[in-house]
Ligand binder design. Structure first.
Ligand code: 4NP
Length: 162
């Protein structure tokens, strides 16, 4: 079992879309059973809430259901419970690394490092912008997910650090 956690700030805009996009990709490949997939936020603002309606609408446009997700905050135990923590931006990545317990082996990576041919380093936070920002997030997620999956496959099973 490969355990993948998508991480953003609020766990209501970007990481719910990332969770839905990755689940859709591995389901299409009939590889869903190999993965445990979840998402979380570094902040506590939105714990227990469903995704932002604009994220739900963007996912729906692509036939992906994310409305049943509920926001939660990143916990120290996530570094033991997941093999990969995939951060939407550099700030999420830095906050995660600051929380890592000594025995937490999760590999924390920047999602944008899997998107080829772009200088963009962060998945832009669409929360304070217009609807088009959610389309841009979806597009970046779609461009990077196959490469993230390839990296996970290349790392093999179990602890990616071993
Ligand atoms: P997310 O977007 O990190 O992609 O879920 C945000 C959601 C909420 C806030 C900021 C970003 N907020 O400040 O409440």
């Amino acid at each position: 079992m490969k355990r993948i956690l998508f991480l953003c700030l609020g766990n209501i805009c970007r990481s719910p879309l990332a969770e839905g996009a990755f689940r859709t990709l591995v389901t299409a490949k009939e590889r869903h059973a190999e993965f445990q997939i979840d998402s979380a936020g570094t902040a506590a603002f939105h714990i227990g809430k469903p995704p932002d309606p604009r994220s739900i609408a963007e996912a729906s446009k692509h036939g992906v259901e994310i409305a049943s997700q509920r926001a939660r905050q990143l916990h120290r135990d996530d570094f033991r419970r997941f093999d990969w923590i995939v951060a939407m931006d550099g700030s999420n990545l830095a906050e995660a690394e600051a929380l890592r317990p000594k025995d937490g082996a999760a590999r924390v990576v920047a999602f944008m490092s899997f998107v080829p041919g772009t200088a963009i380093r962060d998945v832009p936070d669409p929360y304070y912008g217009g609807d088009e920002g959610f389309g841009e997030v979806w597009q970046l997620l779609g461009a990077g997910m196959p490469h993230l999956l390839a990296a996970i496959d290349a790392a093999g099973d179990g602890s990616p650090r071993s």
